[in-house]
Design a protein. Structure first.
Length: 136
């Protein structure tokens, strides 16, 4: 069984680290990209099971990346959760029309992100490895 692949696309290194932290206790492969152009290339190369995508980014924004994905036969059905500081209804309805599965406003709580992700893909917790050995 292969691990679920998750791609985090955000121009903020801090936000990418926060997304990474949210998944630290789960078995998955996490890929990162700093803008939509890198994200699109990473999505094509890695075929993620889910993409956590920022809205506002330089080079290529999240909506442009999403439009490009929807035109790509291999990526058009890839689930996307938009993670953004933007909370306008116009933006939310635009990305909803492009098939975004969920929308999270920054800043976010790990539990909120994880609850939305687990509605889309199965995540399994990592085995507890830092438990002290049992002594009889």
């Amino acid at each position: 069984m292969s691990l679920p692949k998750i791609l985090s696309v955000d121009d903020s290194r801090t936000m990418r680290m926060m997304v990474k932290r949210a998944f630290r206790n789960f078995q998955c492969e996490l890929f990162e990209a700093a803008d939509g152009a890198e994200g699109l290339a990473a999505a094509i190369a890695n075929k993620p099971d889910l993409i956590v995508l920022d809205y506002n980014m330089p080079v290529m924004d999240g909506v442009t990346m999403l439009r490009n994905m929807r035109e790509n036969a291999e990526l058009k059905r890839t689930p996307v959760i938009m993670l953004s500081a933007e909370d306008s209804n116009e933006i939310i309805s635009t990305v909803a029309r492009l098939g975004v599965r969920d929308y999270i406003i920054k800043p976010f709580e790990d539990e909120n992100l994880l609850s939305k992700v687990t509605r889309i893909i199965n995540l399994e917790r990592k085995p507890e490895t830092d438990q002290p050995p049992v002594v009889y």
